[in-house]
Design a protein around this ligand. Structure first.
Ligand code: OAD
Length: 228
């Protein structure tokens, strides 16, 4: 089976009703990134940060995977699919995808402030005073700006083995995630689905200027006809 590596961003979840970050009315228009998505923001106003992610967690429980998530899961019948996502939602897993690497953490998990490896499942509100087994305050299991991206090495390895690379719904503005595209080999075909694509010209790049679900319906047929 050919290895299909899929890099996803907020756009793949947009049709589920999850806001993107940088589109009009995106999350970063309504919130100060420094306040809610940096270690400094958490140190100065932890309650605000917990509230922000509590709201995201509540919202996530009320949305469902969309057709794009489902078609990616279906492609496992034909390809060895590896998803590397910048999203903290769990919609790929809920759609049935088996191999999902979260670069920026997971909303339905929390971790000790003192130990990034002490991670526990969490589907409710997180409050000040909620402690990890090591006795330290719990915080969202999200990689904030200015923090290292522990899954990057694994992601680089996955991308370097891609026979086909598919990118869906990301503005390609946040590093190191956006740099993953540099780890494919020269001949690897790249498909990019995004209604407002921002990607530099590359060899073997095909852009589908569409929403994730429409783009995936077209691409599913193309991938099966071309690579099986
Ligand atoms: P952005 O909000 O930066 O970009 C979203 C992309 O999705 C844009 O290119 C849109 O054109 C596209 N888009 C919008 N609707 C779509 C649809 N229906 N189908 C397909 N694409 C659509 O989101 P990301 O690139 O994911 O990190 O942002 C990367 C990181 O920045 C996030 O993981 C987050 C944020 O700060 C952290 O919070 C650590």
């Amino acid at each position: 089976m050919k290895k299909l590596v899929v890099l996803t961003g907020a756009g793949v979840s947009a049709e589920s009703g999850v806001k993107t970050f940088r589109d009009d009315n995106g999350l970063w228009e309504g919130h100060d990134v420094i306040e809610v998505a940096t270690p400094e923001g958490f140190a100065s106003n932890p309650q605000l940060v917990l509230d922000f992610y509590n709201q995201r967690r509540r919202q996530l429980k009320n949305v469902k995977p969309n057709l794009a998530h489902q078609l990616l899961a279906d492609l496992e019948k034909h390809f060895k699919v590896e998803i590397v996502t910048q999203n903290v939602d769990d919609l790929h897993e809920r759609a049935g995808s088996s191999n999902v690497t979260h670069l920026h953490g997971e909303l339905m998990k929390v971790r000790s402030i003192a130990n990034e490896n002490l991670v526990i499942d969490w589907d409710k509100e997180l409050n000040l005073g909620d402690l990890a087994p090591d006795g330290n305050q719990l915080r969202p299991f999200v990689v904030w700006f200015g923090e290292a991206v522990p899954m990057m090495e694994k992601a680089m390895q996955i991308v370097s083995q891609a026979d086909i690379l598919l990118i869906i719904g990301t503005s390609m503005q946040v590093y190191p995630a956006a740099g993953l595209i540099d780890f494919i080999s020269q001949e690897t075909p790249i498909y990019f689905i995004d209604p407002n694509p921002s990607i530099s010209k590359q060899n073997n790049l095909t852009i589908l200027e569409k929403n994730a679900s429409t783009g995936m319906q077209e691409l599913q047929k193309h991938l099966i006809n071309t690579y099986l």
